[in-house]
Design a protein around this ligand. Structure first.
Ligand SMILES: [Zn+2]
Ligand SMILES: [Zn+2]
Length: 361
């Protein structure tokens, strides 16, 4: 039997790859496709990779190892009544899974776990990627207030748009992430369709179908392999798309960097170049600097590109990202930032710190 490998290369070229970081197989009670079927759905949806994130089980891993239609990212959705968290990159059972497997939803963290920080610390120490899922989506919102951000890699800012309440919850989650960035926390934004099945359950009424690839998460990876995709996630070379394909570069004093990179000199003049290579039009592109919209560019048709220059200022330090919004005001793309200047000491330590601020909005 083939074993799962994080280093198996599906495509040797560096570039932007399309994927989905959140999907369920038949190993979850509510999943419809086995891994091979999910891979076919991924490929039909134009994806290069898809993550398998079943509820407290890695039972799909053996079959995932033999899948060829698209790159399968092995993951697990740690599923509790206090919140859901994806973990990516392990190839089999790990010591931190002790007690966690075999139940679709735990009331709280099961024994032998003595605390959520002990768990996320072990996950981080093994080099794995963690992502807090749908953190504001009641009743599956994140309630582990004590979790320290230093152990968390990513936040799922855009979850299953077929779920009606996500029309308001996803933008709130983007605001939560923006507040984290402003507090100096370099958490990677990911998207996840949370795909379970091609058609809604009977009890879901006329809810639209879930779609693997909505949203699509684009990752600039050194090659198409599990290891390279997850390295890119750790390095913020990621954007989340609901239909637009974009890029953003920054130049300052001879240095050029892209999404996820860092401009070393925070006080230099910074020349930005935004590209919207595909997607619905008309639309509007927004440059967001430390949470403020500093430029709005109408996009009459794609492809389109525009430039913007931040004059030299010590106030440039922080981050900048590109959002693309449809004529109706819906998000079409959100990039991870280009960071400006060295990382500062973060102003928030725990999830509770930032969630309390959100509740006050
Ligand atoms: Zn979930
Ligand atoms: Zn899920």
């Amino acid at each position: 039997m083939t074993a799962l490998s994080v280093s198996k290369v599906f495509n040797p070229n560096a570039g932007w790859y399309r994927g989905d970081f959140h999907a369920h197989t038949t190993a979850s009670w509510d999943g419809h496709h086995p891994p091979a079927g999910l891979a076919e759905v991924a490929r039909a949806g134009g994806l290069d990779f898809f993550a398998v994130t079943d509820h407290n089980t890695i039972a799909a891993f053996d079959e995932l190892a033999g899948v060829e239609a698209a790159l399968g990212i092995p993951g697990l959705e740690v599923t509790t009544r206090l919140g859901h968290m994806n973990v990516f990159g392990m190839t089999g059972k790990c010591d931190w899974m002790a007690g966690l497997l075999g139940n679709e939803e735990w009331e709280t963290l099961p024994a032998p776990h003595t605390g959520i920080n002990a768990l996320v610390r072990r996950i981080a120490a093994q080099g794995l990627v963690s992502s807090i899922n749908h953190p504001l989506l009641t009743p599956w919102a994140w309630q582990f207030n004590e979790v320290e951000w230093q152990y968390i890699t990513a936040l799922e800012i855009w979850n299953d748009p077929s779920f009606p309440i996500n029309a308001t919850v996803n933008p709130q989650t983007v605001a939560l992430w923006t507040a984290l960035l402003n507090a100096g926390r370099r958490i990677t934004a990911l998207g996840g369709s949370d795909y379970h099945r091609p058609a809604p359950h009977a009890w879901e009424g006329d809810k639209p179908a879930e779609q693997l690839n909505r949203p699509t998460t684009f990752v600039y990876a050194d090659n198409l392999s599990v290891a390279a995709v997850l390295k890119a996630v750790k390095e913020h070379r990621v954007y989340v798309s609901m239909g637009a394909e974009v890029d953003l570069t920054a130049r300052a004093e001879g240095q050029t960097t892209g999404i996820g990179g860092e401009i070393a000199r925070p006080d230099a003049e910074i020349t930005l170049q935004a590209t919207i290579s595909a997607g619905p039009a008309p639309a509007e592109a927004h440059l967001i600097h430390n949470g403020q919209t500093i430029a709005r560019q109408p996009i009459a048709a794609t492809p389109a590109a525009f430039g913007y220059t931040l004059p030299p200022s010590t106030g440039n330090a922080g981050w900048i990202r590109l959002d693309v919004v449809s004529a109706a005001g819906h998000i079409l793309a959100i990039t991870n930032p280009i960071f400006i200047g060295p990382a500062k000491t973060p102003a928030v330590q725990t999830c509770g710190d930032i969630l309390a601020a959100i509740r006050d909005w």
